[in-house]
Design a binder for this molecule. Structure first.
Ligand code: PLP
Length: 362
């Protein structure tokens, strides 16, 4: 076991800020004089409700969520939302338009097909998902109940750099791997959802930010536990919520605020990603997987000329304390996930290591 903390480039669950982990550790057995761990508290108790309300309020403020939108905490991760979205929204017209730019949007579309007619608004399959469609490539028709896209493709390392214009059609977006990395105009979105295990908290929950005007359109057979209106009317306490995950999210949001909020995260992520992409652009050994215009600032995907060298790189990097750089099993290669909590020093250490590996193996 390493005695020092490693640089953890895992795509999710992912690195959390060290200060957050230390704070949680110091409060583990006795939360601020309550004599209990947060894990041991009733979710209806005043001490816990104070944590819950502050977390929700901090998220609202940090992401500038307008009063037109509700914040929900729902269990089941992001995948739960692949079903919840159509169950709650597709009843309006029976039709929805999906952009398929990677595995998670394809999985969401497959799930939605159980509940209505799904049209492909755009697909990047022909390029093996190395690009992002441009606005002019999107086919969103006015009778769609909603338009769906995945804002950051964690596996392929591509990211939408713009919010699509869909006219009156509400936008639903999966921001699991880039939420809180930049300021957003929430009013443009019908639903933003995100599994928390990358930029927000330990796994076990999704944050859903929903335009209140979309509440109440569930298909009649929608399980109550998947109903956005039931979640909203119970303030995300239809049943016992993932109390500890919400507490951890609260600590991460405090850390985010102390570190300049989402505006500062945006500056930092751009600088961190540039270190790796600049290196890749001038490398003779490594090449980036995504097209330059579509590159994600959160998940940097790259390869060497062959799989053996990829495996050698991943192994030697891990031995140097640069861990979890293996690409997703469906695509191979390498992936450096550099979420908010990855310090610039970690990215610098990776770039230095890549340069050394190139000298030794190029
Ligand atoms: C963009 C995106 N959507 C959805 C998921 C699935 O998340 P979960 O495991 O929380 O269901 C992931 C997981 O990595 C993801 O990166």
């Amino acid at each position: 076991m390493p005695s020092e903390r490693i640089y953890n480039f895992s795509a999710g669950p992912s690195v959390l800020p060290l200060g957050v982990l230390e704070r949680a550790a110091s409060e583990m057995t006795n939360y601020r004089g309550s004599g209990m761990s947060v894990m041991e508290m009733s979710h209806r108790s005043q001490v816990y409700l104070t944590i819950f309300e502050k977390t929700k309020g901090d998220l609202k403020r940090l992401l500038a969520v307008p009063d037109t939108h509700e914040i929900l905490f729902m269990q089941g991760g992001a995948t739960f939302q692949f079903s919840a979205v159509p169950l709650n929204l597709i009843g309006k017209t029976g039709v929805a338009d999906y952009a398929v730019t990677g595995s998670f949007s394809a999985a969401a579309m497959k799930e939605a097909k159980k509940y209505g007619t799904i049209r492909i608004a755009a697909t990047t399959e022909a390029t093996n998902h190395t690009v992002i469609p441009e606005q002019r490539d999107l086919k969103v028709l006015p009778d769609a109940s909603y338009f769906y896209y995945c804002a950051n493709n964690t596996i392929y390392g591509t990211e939408w750099k713009y919010t699509p214009d869909t006219g009156e059609v509400p936008i639903v977006t999966d921001m699991s791997s880039n939420i809180l990395s930049k300021p957003l105009d929430i009013s443009k979105y019908g639903i933003i959802f995100a599994g928390v295990q990358k930029n927000m908290a330990p796994a076990g929950m999704a944050v859903v930010i929903i335009d209140k005007s979309l509440l109440g359109g569930e298909l009649p057979y929608t399980p109550k536990i998947m109903s956005y209106s039931a979640a909203a009317s119970s303030d995300s306490m239809l049943n016992t919520p993932p109390c500890y995950t919400i507490y951890m999210l609260g600590l991460v949001l405090e850390w985010l605020e102390e570190n300049g909020g989402v505006a500062q995260m945006e500056r930092l992520k751009a600088a961190k990603a540039a270190v790796l992409y600049d290196f890749l652009d001038s490398s003779r050994l490594f090449r980036g997987c995504a097209e330059a215009t579509a590159r994600s600032d959160m998940n940097v995907t790259f390869r060497t000329p062959n799989e053996e060298l990829d495996a050698k790189f991943v192994k030697e990097a891990a031995a140097a304390g640069l861990c979890n750089l293996k690409g997703h099993r469906s695509v191979g290669g390498m992936r450096a996930s550099i979420y908010n909590a990855m310090p610039p020093e970690g990215v610098g250490a990776l770039a230095d290591f890549m340069a050394r590996f190139e000298r030794e193996n190029g």
